[in-house]
Design a protein around this ligand. Structure first.
Ligand code: PXG
Length: 290
């Protein structure tokens, strides 16, 4: 595997960063997870633009343009001769002192890894996931905007620990007010009497790119997604539920806190969204090889 690091490619064992990088010392940096299918990168510009927005929000100058970042991403896939896989792109604050001051970090570091990812076993896509509500809440925007995809995922990791310890596959995260925000690495949708809804970004959801793709799909199905406040009640009593994320794609969720959602099986609208999502991964792609 060849890894992009600040403009050059290194083998896995040679791709190294400093122990004084503030990405490591403080989780000070941002990232993206991007998929590519059949030699085309899915919604690449949107991912890179979200990365730049995250960086802007934490006052981190990347030192590259959006176009240069797109080019570096495509080069990394070509360098590894891949057609299908997953990109993990990180921008760290760079090397600085043993103090918080980010202005002492002279230059951001850019790391691009092109590999594979399987978040959930294949059978979960047909049987559906079990979810458990986490006591760990989504951080309030009064601390850090949940829209920033930062390198500090400790809150989500703690929520994932809770879900796994409860015997569930995924954790449902509420915001400070107790409304549903999202899951630990995925957005959530519920379907009730044909109405597809998802929490608004203001409830603590990441503005997911897969989420946005579902908005387009639902529009085509003639049943546009409604962004509305949801509590656990709406999930317990929904007909169907599914989760979305770059790594997870679209996956059914069939249980929350020991209660079956609907009849406890993936529903028809969920299955339709899964299929249409797969179709869209081909049509919304930036070609890697020309
Ligand atoms: N919410 C959160 C908190 C995320 O981290 C999503 C929603 C879905 O957004 P996209 O744009 O991908 O549809 C994410 C992104 C992992 C992993 O290993 C998960 C994400 C990114 C990278 C890795 O679980 N999810």
């Amino acid at each position: 595997m060849k890894i992009y690091l600040d403009g050059a490619f290194y083998s896995e064992s040679e791709a190294k960063i400093s122990v004084f990088d503030h990405g490591l010392l403080y989780g000070d940096g941002v990232f993206e997870g991007i998929r590519f299918y059949g030699g085309g990168v899915f919604r690449l510009t949107e991912h890179i633009e979200r990365l730049f927005d995250s960086a802007k929000a934490i006052h981190l100058p990347i030192g590259m343009s959006v176009e240069e970042m797109i080019d570096a991403t495509l080069r990394t896939i070509r360098e590894n001769e891949l057609r299908d896989g997953y990109i993990r792109l990180l921008v760290t604050r760079g090397v600085g002192g043993l103090g918080l001051n980010p202005y002492l970090c002279k230059k951001a570091s850019v790391i691009i890894i092109a590999s594979k990812i399987q978040l959930y076993p294949e059978e979960k896509y047909t049987a559906g996931l079990k979810m458990a509500t986490c006591a760990t809440r989504r951080p309030t925007p009064a601390a850090l905007s949940p829209a920033v995809k930062s390198l500090n995922y400790l809150n989500n990791v703690m929520a994932k620990v809770e879900a796994l310890n409860a015997g569930a596959d995924e954790g449902l995260m509420l915001n400070e007010q107790g409304y549903v925000a999202e899951c630990t690495g995925d957005n959530i949708f519920v379907i009730r009497r044909g109405r597809i809804s998802t929490p608004p970004v203001s409830a603590g959801a990441l503005p997911g790119i897969t989420r946005d793709t579902i908005f387009g799909i639902a529009e085509e199905l003639g049943s546009p997604v409604v962004e509305e406040s949801l509590t656990r009640y709406e999930i317990y009593t929904a007909d169907e539920c599914f989760l979305t994320g770059t790594a997870a794609e679209v996956i059914p969720a069939v249980e929350l806190d020991g209660r079956p959602i609907g009849d406890g099986k993936p529903g028809p609208i969920t299955q339709q969204c899964m299929k249409l999502f797969k179709d869209s991964t081909i049509s919304c792609a930036t070609p890697v090889y020309t």
